[in-house]
Design a protein around this ligand. Structure first.
Ligand SMILES: [Ca+2]
Length: 313
């Protein structure tokens, strides 16, 4: 249905969509414009191409430089790593050196303390040195006193030795007096008992043994002289007998028999072993040559002998 326009209003002219293109002029203008543009473009290319190429070369050169810089930076990074390793090593070395320094400081502290102690001791020693000097001055005097003391000590030792000897002699005298009081005689370190009752030789020896003695032996001329004088010419058994009827003479108290010396003590002509039965010996006369062999069964007085041995108290 056609739409009706209001009355009295003229409709607007119709609009053409491309009035330019509809004309040859427009086309020509368009071509001309395109040609201008094309020519301008070519001219511009001709003008600016060398410059552009120069710029491109510059850019390539810059790129090469940048690449070189990048390579340098890579090398620097590697160097930095190496340097970092060295720095780490140096730090480790520093730590070791610091530890050593700490130990050295401890040693120094210890040495300082020791030095202080030594100084204190040195001060004490210095103080004592004065005392030592005083003592040194007194040494000669002390030496004289010491010499006197040594001399006194020697005298004391001498007196002590004398006193011991005196005590020993007193003890010996006391022992001798005690034995003498019991009827024993003392001569040359031995006690002798001169019996009052006659006995056979064996009985006499048994009695002597009961008195911690034996029939007497004679081992020297003084002893022989003492015995015959004490016997006074009265017969006394002594301890000389034979080992069996034909044996050698021997002393019953085990004193070694001196055959050569004994030759001077027999009565001339004795021992005669009268009746082949005289195997025991007695003192018969008042003389150095007083011995006689006799029958052991005869009864005579007898002499016991006991060596004196001082008892240790
Ligand atoms: Ca005879």
């Amino acid at each position: 249905m056609e739409r009706k326009e209001p009355a009295g209003v003229e409709p607007p002219p119709k609009q053409d969509l491309c009035p330019v293109l509809r004309t040859p002029l427009c086309i020509c203008v368009a071509f001309a414009c395109l040609a201008v543009v094309l020519v301008t473009s070519i001219v511009l290319q001709a003008v600016f191409y060398p410059r552009l190429m120069g710029k491109i070369l510059d850019v390539e050169s810059d790129a090469q430089m940048l690449k070189g810089h990048v390579n340098n930076i890579s090398t620097l990074g590697s160097d930095l790593k190496t340097e970092r390793g060295r720095v780490d090593d140096a730090e480790a070395q520093m730590r070791i050196v610091n530890a050593s320094l700490n130990r050295v400081r401890s040693h120094i502290l210890f040495l300082e303390t020791s030095m202080k102690l030594a100084q204190d001791q040195l001060q004490v020693l210095t103080m004592n040195w004065g005392k030592v000097d005083n003592l040194n001055a007194k040494i000669p005097e002390l030496q004289r006193d010491l010499d006197k003391a040594s001399a006194l000590n020697a005298k004391v030792r001498g007196l002590q030795y004398s006193l011991e000897n005196v005590n020993k002699l007193l003890k010996e005298q006391s022992d001798i007096l005690e034995m003498v009081a019991q009827g024993w005689k003392y001569f040359g370190g031995n006690f002798y008992y001169f019996s009052h009752n006659p006995k056979t030789w064996y009985s006499a020896e048994q009695f002597c043994v009961s008195q911690e003695a034996h029939l007497t032996s004679v081992s020297s001329e003084p002893e022989q002289e003492f015995l015959y004088k004490a016997a006074g010419g009265i017969p006394y058994w002594i301890g000389l007998t034979k080992a069996g009827s034909e044996g050698d003479w021997y002393w019953v108290d085990q004193t070694p028999f001196n055959k050569e010396q004994s030759r001077r003590f027999w009565i001339p002509g004795e021992p005669n072993n009268a009746g082949n039965n005289e195997h025991c010996t007695n003192i018969r006369v008042y003389a150095l040559k007083c011995w006689n062999d006799s029958s052991c069964d005869n009864k005579f007085l007898f002499i016991c002998k006991r060596p004196y041995m001082q008892t240790i108290e």
